[in-house]
Design a protein around this ligand. Structure first.
Ligand SMILES: NC(=[NH2+])NCCC[C@H](N)C(=O)O
Length: 575
């Protein structure tokens, strides 16, 4: 672990213990980047009060303990420690990072089993833009956890069960299997649903048939199940097209929709009732996890079996949490789902704890996804007010990206490839670069800009470093010499790159991909400054300097490539 801030924290803690006793070994030394040095440690100020000594005296005692530190440690002002690392230390760390195939990213010990619930569109309707974010953020988290050595189990909790399937199957029979499959594969799920709904509301015979169909479906009737499969398979083929377009890692093996839990629901309810956790209230079987009250101050119920005997969303999530902890042996459960479901998940987690299904050793976390807004500040919709079709939206991103690079003289095939990467990169990065729980405005013009913290800019920054190597006539892997930052801009870049490993681990711990985006954006900015100030392949650069700077370019490239890959960002070779 080479993150300078962490190295410093440990060293100052050792100094604290040596100077003032072991009980201070865990104190936070309050190390922050500083404009006067690389870092400043502010611990002396707070510690002085407790020790009843002057802050300057405390700081001086610490500085004395740090005399063998590879850098300069100076006491300044009333008792700040200004710490500047030796160039040789930075050079050695950066060089060993370049030679480390993992670029300074460690693996966690012991590895955890992390179950990630993400994407989870509803089959009764078309996958919409709200599922875009849960898909993209969840996929980035899955990649990061795998990279740090955890065992990742993806769970695509499809909405593929419930009362609407009665009318959907009846509608499928009405229009014929072939026509239905064609429509669903083409992403017309919403239209399909709406047509079924209209008949359900206006046609009593259809309504009666639909109700009967729900019952036959739930009783496991073979013919009905076959029709359900016809419907679902076509729908999943469409979802897979979207996943393929986005380049997300979800496959059919990760499908774990609501239907999967159907056979477990009766027992789930019985077990909760037997444990005394579920109670009957007005005919419905309810959970009342402690600490939840409604506006009337009455305990809030989580209904797991309706008074008509039917099950719902909460029943399924209770079965799912038990399955994930008990059968999948999860250490950590992540639910990458819309923020509007926060109360639901808090209640599910609390009820599972109450039932003893969620031991203290397992953490359950709702990674809340903020709403996607249109330019009018409301939920993102088309002009006619319908929700936006994801595939059409993605295609528009690719078309716009193609138009943006039209003038660059690529042949048609190359242009199409780059447009695909830039379009998808723009959409994905826009989702990832803002904190996952904040709402944000979906804006093609902004996300497709080639400057600022955008996908295209990050792709461009990466392609630019690759082109340096093409011009130098070597591959990045050949630039394996020493990184020797001599100029201030080289030093700043190298010092920054050393933080990469800790940052990736932070993304895994805190589920915050946007911090990785911010880090990579800063990497690209620092690289730009370096490249402006320090010629690499220009004539007149001596061989040794050129080799050292190419090594720094290679390290930067590796950090950008690894980081973008962890986010699921495609990076075109040229742009
Ligand atoms: N275990 C879960 N409830 N996962 C999230 C499911 C999301 C749900 N299908 C929706 O679109 O809102």
């Amino acid at each position: 672990m080479t993150d300078p801030q962490i190295v410093l924290t440990e060293r100052v803690q050792q100094a604290l213990a040596a100077a003032f006793g072991a009980e201070h070994a865990d104190a936070d030394p309050l190390i922050r980047p500083s404009q006067f040095a690389d870092f400043q440690a502010n611990v002396a100020m707070s510690l002085a009060k407790r020790l009843r000594r002057s802050p300057r005296e405390v700081a001086q005692a610490l500085a004395a303990e740090l005399s063998d530190f590879p850098g300069t440690v100076e006491v300044s002002g009333p008792g700040f420690l200004n710490i500047t690392l030796d160039d040789s230390w930075i050079a050695a760390e950066a060089t060993s990072m370049l030679r480390d195939p993992r670029a300074g990213v460690g693996t966690v010990t012991p590895p955890q089993t992390v179950v990630i619930d993400y994407s989870a569109p509803n089959a009764a309707k078309e996958m919409h833009v709200g599922h875009l974010r849960t898909t993209i953020v969840g996929d980035a988290l899955a990649r990061v956890h795998e990279h740090v050595g955890n065992t990742v189990i993806r769970q695509n909790h499809l909405g593929d069960w419930g009362t609407p399937f009665g009318m959907l199957i009846e509608h499928l029979l009405d229009i014929g299997e072939e026509a239905a499959v064609e429509q669903l594969e083409a992403g017309m799920g919403t239209e399909f649903y709406q047509a079924a709904r209209a008949k359900f509301d206006g046609d009593d015979d259809f309504k009666a048939r639909s109700r009967t169909r729900v019952t036959t479906l739930q009783s496991g009737d073979a013919d009905t199940l076959r029709l359900w499969h016809v419907f679902m398979d076509a729908t999943v083929r469409y979802f897979n097209k979207v996943y393929g377009m986005l380049g997300v890692t979800l496959t059919d093996a990760d499908l774990a929709g609501e239907s999967m839990y159907n056979p477990m629901l009766a027992k789930t309810c019985d077990d909760l009732e037997a444990a005394g956790v579920a109670v009957l209230s007005e005919g419905a079987l309810c959970l009342f996890p402690p600490g939840f009250t409604g506006s009337d101050d009455k305990p809030l119920p989580l209904i797991i079996r309706k008074s008509d005997g039917g099950y719902g969303y909460a029943s399924t999530d209770m079965a799912a949490i038990r399955y994930r902890v008990h059968d999948l042996k999860a250490d950590r459960l992540l639910y990458v789902v819309g923020a509007d479901q926060a109360l639901h998940f808090r209640m599910v987690f609390a009820a599972a704890q109450q039932a003893g299904w969620l031991p203290d050793t397992v953490s359950a976390e709702h990674v809340q996804i903020g709403m996607m807004l249109g330019k009018d500040g409301r939920r993102f919709k088309t002009r006619s007010g319908e929700s936006v079709k994801l595939m059409a939206l993605l295609q528009e991103a690719v078309d716009r990206a193609g138009a943006a690079i039209a003038e660059r003289g690529y042949d048609e095939a190359t242009r199409a490839e780059i447009a695909q990467d830039v379009g998808m990169g723009a959409v994905k990065y826009a989702d990832l670069s803002v904190s996952h729980d904040s709402e944000y405005v979906f804006d093609f013009d902004r996300m497709l800009k080639f400057t600022g913290n955008t996908g295209p800019y990050m792709q461009y920054a990466t392609a630019r470093i690759r082109s340096i190597f093409r011009k130098a006539g070597i591959t990045p892997a050949d630039a394996d010499g020493a990184v020797v930052p001599a100029q201030p801009s080289e030093r700043a870049l190298a010092l920054h790159l050393l933080r990469f490993g800790v940052l990736v681990e932070h993304v895994a711990t805190a589920s915050e991909p946007h911090t990785l985006c911010a880090f990579l954006f800063e990497t690209a900015s620092l690289f730009s400054t370096f490249y402006e100030e320090c010629p690499v392949i220009k004539e007149g650069v001596d061989a040794e300097t050129k080799q050292q700077r190419l090594a720094l370019c290679a390290l930067t490239l590796r950090v950008l490539e690894t980081g973008l890959d962890l986010l699921g960002m495609p990076v075109p070779e040229r742009m």
